[in-house]
Design a protein around this ligand. Structure first.
Ligand code: AMP
Length: 436
């Protein structure tokens, strides 16, 4: 089978790595890929994965490439091509592609759409309102006592969510999004949610239009600095599973979220085939959905795929074909921890082109995999080329062992200005921090 993966981050490296292990795959390309992806080999025949120099949002070129190479399954990593309709375009031309179509991608591309859907179909979420009027928005913030979260409706590179402690901050946030248009057209409408307190957990479910199969739990670390301080980032590390939700609680949460979700999709004629990633808050009154993403998380993918036992080609093929009910998801019992190493300065401005040393040493450690993200190959040397540079991912018999293994590998890797959190997965061991 010939496969094309779209994207260039750590998530796509993890997808390529796992897909490359399938005996079904004879040739694989990634557009545009990265320096780590270009080093992966297929288990079946030892062939290298090839990177095609086509941007993930260049739909006409991606289509032409897939037709020329006679690609049999295309796998889409990032949200933008999904929101642009890459799935609809490929399907129109008779090509099999995994990922949600444009209508289903609205769950991520429009927070107003998602919020209204959740309310209509009884999915547990925050108390919220959706607004296109500045005055009405500010009035609603006041009704929440100013302690709220103001969200731009559209895609804003993960930056369009402003957490406010009081009415002054809330009014400033509404002005920033709706009047100054800090996020452009994405801010024509806003969702305002009550501020929810609790532990934040990532859920993932693979869907095929009728069936949704829930993954184990994981937790992301969005802030740049230890102790959840600093600016919001794309994600500085993950671990799976989280101890804060038992298997029974996960099954109950999945039922409360996924059943109305699938029922709502059927009623609204949304054919949801792809990955559903709800961000949820475990509040005192139960799990509540903060937002929906319509693709794999990054770096959640890195911890999930190192734990997944199934053949990923078979899973994604079943998701695209509507036959997921015939497949049982199987997971390794080990825990997985991913520590992201970023360029100094990220998520602000940062330098590029710094040589990355120690990758070969880290690769020799057992049960450890380094997924590359913002990297490039320059004169035979892998160098930094983005904010999040790589994700060191390790399995262990439990979270503590996986954490220790991941940080041992991090110690082997060096580049000028490297920044990483030293407390990934530490929140899973609160007893270590709560001693008198
Ligand atoms: P979102 O993109 O909607 O998931 O928001 C980004 C981040 O903002 C989330 O990962 C949470 O940490 C935080 N957040 C979003 N909505 C809320 C809320 N209603 N209450 C508390 N924190 C929130």
């Amino acid at each position: 089978m010939k496969i094309l993966v779209i994207g260039s981050g750590g998530r796509e490296h993890a997808l390529v790595w796992k897909l490359a292990q399938s005996p079904h795959v004879t040739q694989m390309w990634c557009a545009p890929g990265n320096a780590g992806i270009a080093q992966e080999r297929l288990s079946k025949n030892g062939a290298l994965v090839e990177c095609a120099n086509i941007g993930a949002e260049d739909l006409p070129k991606l289509l032409a490439f897939a037709r020329e190479k006679k690609i049999e399954l295309t796998v889409v990593g990032p949200d933008n091509p999904l929101a642009l309709g890459v799935v609809d375009l490929f399907q129109k031309h008779g090509l099999k592609i995994w990922g949600v179509n444009q209508k289903a991608a609205q769950f991520e591309s429009s927070k107003v759409f998602s919020q209204k859907f959740m309310e209509k179909y009884g999915i547990p979420t925050a108390q919220a309102g959706t607004f296109s009027s500045v005055a009405e928005a500010k009035k609603f913030c006041a009704s929440l006592g100013g302690k709220c979260v103001v969200k731009a409706d559209g895609l804003a590179l993960g930056k369009g969510v402003l957490i406010c402690a009081n009415q002054t901050e809330a009014e400033r946030a509404v002005d920033e999004i709706m009047v100054s248009k800090a996020f452009g057209a994405a801010g024509a409408r806003v969702v305002i949610q009550e501020f929810l307190e609790g532990i934040e957990v990532s859920l993932h479910a693979l869907c095929d239009g009728k069936t949704a199969k829930i993954f184990p739990t994981s937790q992301d670390h969005k802030r740049a600095l230890d102790g959840d301080l600093g600016l919001n980032t794309g994600g500085m590390g993950t671990f799976s599973p989280t101890p804060f939700l038992t298997e029974e609680q996960l099954a109950a949460a999945a039922k409360k979220i996924l059943e109305p979700f699938m029922r709502g999709c059927a009623e609204e004629q949304i054919d949801y085939r792809g990955l559903l990633y709800p961000g949820i808050m475990l509040t005192k009154s139960g799990p509540k959905v903060l937002e929906f993403n319509a693709r794999f998380g990054d770096p959640e993918t890195q911890v999930y795929l190192t734990r997944l036992e199934n053949d990923l080609v078979e899973l994604l093929d079943a998701s695209a074909s509507g036959t997921l009910d015939k497949i049982e998801l199987k997971w390794k019992p080990q825990a997985s921890v991913c520590v992201v190493m970023a360029s100094g300065g990220y998520p602000g401005s940062y330098a590029k082109g710094k040589p990355i040393l120690g990758l070969a040493e880290a690769a020799q450690l057992p049960d450890t995999k380094v997924f590359l993200a913002g990297t490039a190959l320059k004169e035979n040397q892998i160098v930094t080329n983005g904010g999040r540079v790589l994700g060191v991912t390790a399995l262990g018999k439990d979270l503590k062992a996986a954490q220790a293994a991941a940080y041992s590998a991090v110690e082997k890797i060096h580049f000028d200005g490297a920044h990483f959190r030293r407390d990934i997965a530490a929140k899973a061991f609160p007893e270590l921090f709560c001693q008198p």
